[in-house]
Ligand binder design. Structure first.
Ligand SMILES: Nc1nc2c(ncn2[C@@H]2O[C@H](COP(=O)(O)OP(=O)(O)OP(=O)(O)O)[C@@H](O)[C@H]2O)c(=O)[nH]1
Ligand SMILES: [Mg+2]
Ligand SMILES: [Zn+2]
Length: 226
């Protein structure tokens, strides 16, 4: 296939994605739903962080989850065990969620007015960055076992992020990971990137994450229908 033809196909795919993302964003704005697209490499702790978050924030506002993985419903099962509604989307050979998958999943979920919708993307630091899902913010999770160099190796992911959660900080005493250096690399790509250091297992730093969510939801609710 010629390069021009390939580029044309890619442009078609992204244009189609953007139109579904716009539909999603409009629906979320009308209902005052605060939507976060969580992305990371496999195993950084997205589901662990979510189950802890859902448990700790239970009763403060309604929440729902869309889980993206190539196969299995393990993660949606873990989420449902917290009592939160969750839909698993299996992408098969696909390596990211797209906006149309979110449109379809939202139709099957009780997404209440004034709620938070977490979307856990497929574990992959590359192409999920290219697909707008209609979210309010892109949140990147990077765990301290992955190496400080990841922002510079996967720049699109970090350049497009609104929040970086540095996870597994409970493991720092056993590692040589330089948190400050990693953050400096990430801020080369996104100078005003907000960073919160957390441990999904010990709970360290999670209050800041919860505060950030609550502030975002308040804004989404205040701007409802605007
Ligand atoms: N020590 C430590 N381990 C963690 C932490 N968060 C997650 N883990 C562990 O990391 C492993 C992967 O966690 P998951 O939550 O499944 O990671 P994920 O990002 O959802 O993985 P995928 O969905 O496969 O991309 C599990 O064994 C977790 O127990 C943390 O803060 N500290
Ligand atoms: Mg997961
Ligand atoms: Zn992909």
């Amino acid at each position: 296939m010629s390069q021009t033809r390939l580029i044309a196909i890619e442009q078609d795919i992204l244009a189609k994605n953007d139109s579904f993302a716009a539909v999603n964003r409009q629906l979320f704005a009308a209902k005052g739903v605060f939507v976060l697209n969580l992305m990371s490499s496999p195993g950084s702790g997205k589901t662990t962080l979510l189950t802890r978050t859902l448990t700790d924030l239970k009763g403060r506002f309604p929440m729902a989850v869309i889980e993206g993985d190539q196969q299995t419903s393990f993660d949606a099962d873990r989420i449902r065990a917290t009592g939160t509604p969750a839909i698993q989307v299996n992408t098969g050979r696909g390596c990211h969620l797209d906006a149309q998958m979110v449109t379809q999943a939202v139709g099957r979920l009780p997404v209440e007015t004034g709620s938070v919708l977490f979307i856990e993307n497929v574990g992959n630091l590359v192409c999920p960055a290219g697909f707008d899902l209609g979210e309010a913010h892109k949140v990147v999770v990077l765990s301290v076992t992955e190496g400080e160099d990841k922002p510079l190796k996967y720049p699109a992911m970090f350049a497009g992020a609104d929040l970086l959660l540095v996870n597994k900080i409970d493991l720092l005493p056993h590692l040589t990971f330089d948190v400050a250096r990693m953050i400096a690399y990430a801020r080369q790509l996104k100078p005003d990137l907000r960073v919160i250091e957390v441990s999904a297992t010990t709970g360290q730093g999670l209050e800041d994450w919860y505060g950030w969510i609550a502030a975002g939801l308040a804004k989404a609710v205040a701007g409802r229908g605007a």
